[in-house]
Design a protein around this ligand. Sequence first.
Ligand SMILES: Nc1ncnc2c1ncn2[C@@H]1O[C@H](COP(=O)(O)OP(=O)(O)OP(=O)(O)O)[C@@H](O)[C@H]1O
Ligand SMILES: [Mg+2]
Length: 298
Amino acid sequence: MAAIVSTNCPDLELIGRGKVRDLYRVDSQSLLFVATDRMSAFDVIMNNGIPNKGKLLTKISVFWFDFLKGVMPNHLITADFEKMPDKVKQYRDQLEGRCMLVKSLRVLPIESIVRGYITGSAWKEYKSKGSVCDIALPAGMQESEAFATPLWTPSTKAEIGDHDENIHPSKVPAIIGAKLAAQMEKMSLEIYTKARDYARERGIIIADTKFEFGVDEDDNLYLIDEVLTPDSSRFWPAATYTVGATQDSFDKQYLRNYLESIGFDKNTGITLPDHVVENTFAKYLEAYKLLTGEGAQF
Ligand SMILES: Nc1ncnc2c1ncn2[C@@H]1O[C@H](COP(=O)(O)OP(=O)(O)OP(=O)(O)O)[C@@H](O)[C@H]1O
Ligand SMILES: [Mg+2]
């Protein structure tokens, strides 16, 4: 079972390769959003992929787009491969199960992060300054504790090779305009809260997550990109959750911990050993099963 780390579809116009996705233009209105099996951590792409991870990420995003469709519009046109144009279908071997036909939108240059629990870089900042992304917080919080209400901690979207930069929420209006900034904050918190409550019942704590938004020519806001996946979120098993400690996880944290344990330089991708590839996939699969209640065959 080989990982698909790069797609090659010469009849479609390649408009970009992100760390994980290949993006093609299909026509003036639509794009093909392809989740490869590339694995990134600390913003570095690893040498080898995680076979079928792109298919799992696609299934998870499609699940959430459906779950959230009553809350706000999203970019998904279809993920049903049979409904795709013929010029897409000719690449079935590479693309089936890992692509979504999406609306072509103007991407807003903000990573819209919502944090429900204090962990990772937020915990580090809190310990040294008592704040998270310069938002002052009450004293005495413990690692992994839930915030009284979820925090919106946007960052700027970096160019490839750069790291995203945290900004205070008050800086967002100057970048995308006051109206869209207010909408983005409101929708991010609403979507996070709805998903958090659902996932909690299924045994997963969504500690934090990152959304992206786009706008059409009339400045209508859409939820875009991937949504609430283990690549874009921290998923903790609710069963073992304890305040005051680092949590187990169903997400990229396992890989980050492995990389830290071997002294990874966070600059150059390495080849992940088989057991790390397998364990990473197993975590993602577990998250998918718990969230959707479905098994997945690969
Ligand atoms: N509907 C859309 N229209 C145009 N661009 C989109 C749309 N949805 C998502 N995108 C963009 O497609 C790219 C997806 O690629 P990918 O997820 O690999 O990027 P990345 O953000 O570099 O990686 P990572 O997710 O690891 O941070 C992102 O730059 C995202 O902003
Ligand atoms: Mg991305």
